[in-house]
Ligand binder design. Structure first.
Ligand code: GLA
Length: 729
């Protein structure tokens, strides 16, 4: 890890273990992107800027770079000055002009990494990371922009954000402040993204890159089920093990845009940041605006290496929870067991049977508060419904504890039901545009979390509940997208700040929650997995992955999620069959094996399981205790994808010291007249000898020749195979 400034060549190089990121100052004015890729040491590399090439050839006119920026690799491109590709920055002055000239002013290199006030971000000690700050200034408007770049010891990632300060005498409006931009030549890139829907989140899609602009975005007020704040450019033929990958992931949970543009000169511009649609931010003299962080990962060894870099970075420098390296309690959640139809008696019955099978925590899901007996009322009335929970919450929790279990609850703090005491008292707390009907979704409105009094009012109610009983876990849900966007408190010229201020309010409340209740295990959720993002991981070590608990549907969802996020963060549960979302019946064993690749738990009425199923719960619980340390802390390797090959799915987790591994394989569909398959393993030490089901192999053999997996009869069958270093002969 090293950051260098070569004074003579005016070149900055950021070296991570195996990669280099470079920028240069041109004409003492422009900051241009030089290079990103495998590590190189030379600083004399300004030829990469093509400074001597005219914008058009043949050209008889003298054209300075500044006269035509459209072919220069701009590090932080602005609107209005002659670069017609997508810009990263757009400002509107009080006079109504939309142009800025951000000229290079200087730099600082420091150990450590500054906090991004009010925002989730990666962190690290002065020994573990370094930061480059590049200062730019528009002297006419008094805008100071700081481009921040941090790198981490032992990790091939560069994280970026942008700080804008008004040092002038007049306000101005920010209309677009993206967080990262990279320009490079096209290498036949393909675009990789994650797409889906409710209950079908984060399916991997690979697309060709054509001329023009392609983007992946959300303007829903959440990172969303549909598109994901992740974009990668990959060279053709990239696999898990080979090919070049340039990836960006946003540490933010609200509106985003991830865009790639292929230009007339076959250059490619990749950008990521807060979506400019619906966004303006008025910056008064003396004020600052911080754009959230983008994590960039370059891998020269395929997607698997990219994945493991993200996993390590997020486990070592993003997730802060004290539970990060802990085996989380195996939980049972009553949602699919009872939906809204439960009382304290039913919950205790579930807890009793669950505790006998080794389950460690009961989670009381939606429906315990106000007068809620369906999804049509009471959000905002955060006090216990004692008609359902007779004797009160404290008594229920104590009774659950007597069974040797912990207790958790579900909340949805950002929402308000029109049918609630809170709405009757504070109708102006809902997001709304006066004179228009407020859009309802799931019979609820969204609270205006841009207002401190709203966040604090809701927080106090929830904190009171948490103080009233011994609550170990909270599932924080968010079940609708934002619409009819207006705040009763913001002035007209600040209404465009609502989306982002809303997110800042959510982050502020989550921060308060984990600060005031440091032992609380927080799990985020959003109608399943609509807010499974790096922003949320800063506050909670785990996120509910999807409302779809079908083991087969989960294969693609978990594959896409684990492409970026550590498996220790994936909320995954065993549920009943026929599955409530797709109606499919899968073996109980397969459901357990699939849920092992995550935080593990149950989401079913355990009192209704057969004796045989209960025995299987016991062995799943045993597997969890046996393998969770390895799964949570190890390296993840994707071996096969049923989404690609239709028939089988396979992954491996390998212990960091390569002494042990776990192989998972599910045969999704049986094939007629099929032979056994040789599954080539990954991540092992080629020199070590390993024992697999009683037979010894070298790592080299297992990785090159493969392990023989017999053909199976019947669909949806899974196997877990432990691989252990063989004792020395
Ligand atoms: C969302 C969650 C579910 C459940 C329900 C309760 O859909 O994803 O797990 O908590 O809300 O209303």
């Amino acid at each position: 890890m090293r950051i260098i400034f070569d004074e003579k060549n005016k070149v900055f190089l950021l070296h991570t273990e195996n990669t280099t990121y470079g920028l240069a100052v041109v004409d003492d004015r422009y900051v241009e992107h030089l290079y990103y890729g495998a590590r190189i040491e030379d600083t004399d590399i300004r030829y990469l800027l093509r400074e001597d090439e005219a914008p058009f050839t043949p050209s008889v006119n003298k054209r300075e770079t500044g006269a035509f920026l459209d072919c220069a690799p701009m590090e932080y491109p602005e609107t209005g000055m002659g670069d017609y590709r997508e810009s990263a920055f757009c400002v509107r002055s009080m006079a109504g002009y939309r142009a800025s000239e951000l000229a290079y002013e200087g730099y600082e290199i420091e150990d450590g990494k500054p906090e991004l006030r009010g925002l989730p971000a990666t962190w690290g000690s002065p020994e573990d990371c370094m930061t480059l700050k590049v200062f730019l200034r528009d002297s006419l408007l008094g805008i100071k922009v700081t481009l921040l770049y941090s790198i981490f010891r032992g990790l091939d990632a560069v994280v970026r954000s942008v700080l804008v300060e008004n040092e002038g005498s007049e306000p101005f409006y920010l209309e677009k402040v993206l967080s990262a931009c990279v320009d490079m030549d096209d290498r036949g890139f393909e675009v990789l993204g994650l797409f889906g829907s409710w209950a079908r989140e984060r399916h991997i899609q690979r697309m060709p890159l054509g001329y023009g602009r392609q983007n992946i975005a959300s303007v829903k007020g959440e990172s969303s089920h549909q598109e994901h704040p992740f974009l990668a450019l990959v060279t053709p033929e990239t696999t898990q093990e080979s090919g070049e990958v340039y990836a960006m992931n946003f540490v933010y949970s609200g509106n985003f845009i991830a865009q790639v543009e292929k230009s007339q000169f076959n250059s490619v511009r990749m950008l990521m940041g807060i979506h400019p649609e619906g966004f303006t931010w008025k910056l008064e003299p003396g004020e600052q605006f911080t754009a959230p962080e983008v994590v960039m990962v370059y891998s020269g060894q395929g997607l698997g290496n990219m994945t493991r870099t993200f996993h390590d970075l997020y486990r070592e420098h993003l997730i802060r929870s004290p539970y990060l390296h802990e085996k989380r309690p195996i939980l049972i959640n009553n949602w699919e067991a009872t939906y809204f139809d439960f009382d304290e008696k039913k919950l205790l019955e579930i807890a009793k049977d669950a505790s006998e099978l080794g389950i460690e925590m009961l989670v009381m899901d939606d429906g315990w508060f106000g007068k809620r007996s369906l999804d049509d009322s009471s959000l905002g009335d955060w006090y216990v419904n004692e008609e359902k929970i007779r004797g009160g919450l404290h008594t229920l929790v104590e009774n659950v504890k007597k069974l040797g279990m912990k207790f958790g609850i579900w909340i949805e703090p950002e929402m308000i039901s029109p049918e609630s005491e809170l709405y009757r008292k504070h109708p102006d707390w809902a997001i709304q545009i006066p004179g228009r009907d407020i859009t309802q979704s799931r019979a609820q409105y969204v609270l205006d979390f841009s207002r401190d009094e709203v966040v604090d009012g809701v927080y106090e109610m929830i904190a009171e509940v948490l103080r009233s009983a011994d609550i170990s876990y909270v599932k924080w849900d968010m079940n609708r997208q934002l619409a009819t966007l207006g705040s009763c408190a913001l002035p007209p010229d600040r209404q465009g700040e609502l989306f982002h201020r809303y997110m800042l309010g959510v982050y502020r409340m989550q921060e308060r929650l984990i600060t005031d209740f440091p032992h609380l295990l927080l799990e985020n959720c959003s109608g399943g997995g609509a807010r499974f993002d790096a922003g949320m991981l800063y506050y909670s070590p785990q996120i509910w992955c999807s409302d779809d608990t079908d083991a087969i549907e989960r294969l693609a969802i978990q594959e896409g999620t684990a492409l970026i996020y550590p498996v220790s963060a994936m909320g995954a549960h065993v549920s009943v069959c026929p599955n409530h979302t797709v109606g499919r019946t899968t073996p109980f064993e397969t459901r357990g094996d699939v849920a092992l690749l995550g935080t593990f738990g149950y989401e079913l009425d355990i009192t209704k399981l057969s004796e045989e199923e209960k025995e299987q719960v016991k062995s799943q619980v045993e597997n969890y205790h046996k393998y969770n340390d390895l799964i949570r802390e190890g390296d993840y390797y994707r071996l096969a994808s049923a989404a690609e090959n239709r028939y089988y799915d396979s992954w491996m987790i390998v212990e960091k010291d390569k002494s042990r591994a776990l192989l998972f394989c599910v045969h999704v569909l049986a094939e007629a007249n099929a032979k056994s398959r040789f599954l080539r393993l990954s991540g092992l030490d080629p020199e070590k000898r390993y024992l697999v089901e009683g037979k010894a192999y070298t790592g080299r053999t297992l990785m090159h020749a493969g392990l023989r997996i017999p053909a199976v009869f019947g669909d949806f069958k899974s196997r877990l195979i432990e691989i252990k270093e063989a004792p020395l002969l």
